[in-house]
Design a protein around this ligand. Structure first.
Ligand SMILES: [Zn+2]
Length: 75
């Protein structure tokens, strides 16, 4: 009886494990691909390099978070 249960559960567990592994690998690959979005870009006002997520886009220009740069970009 136990052999039958193991014989049914084992392949199902193996299948689910493979499915889960695939999903985890896909998630890890997505995480590794993320930094490309946060590539360094330079402020169009002062030329300082910063990560995209820390900058602002004002009037179509990428601007760092310095008050002077924000002010210049808006005017
Ligand atoms: Zn700047």
């Amino acid at each position: 009886m136990n052999f039958i249960v193991v014989g049914v559960i084992a392949p199902v567990a193996y299948f689910l494990l493979r499915l889960a592994t695939k999903k985890i690998v896909m998630m890890i690959l997505k995480q590794f691909n993320k930094p490309k979005d946060n590539a360094l870009i330079s402020c169009e006002n002062c030329g300082t390099y910063f990560e995209k997520q820390y900058g602002k886009r004002i009037n179509g220009k990428f601007i760092c978070d310095k008050a002077d740069c924000v002010k210049n970009a808006k005017s």
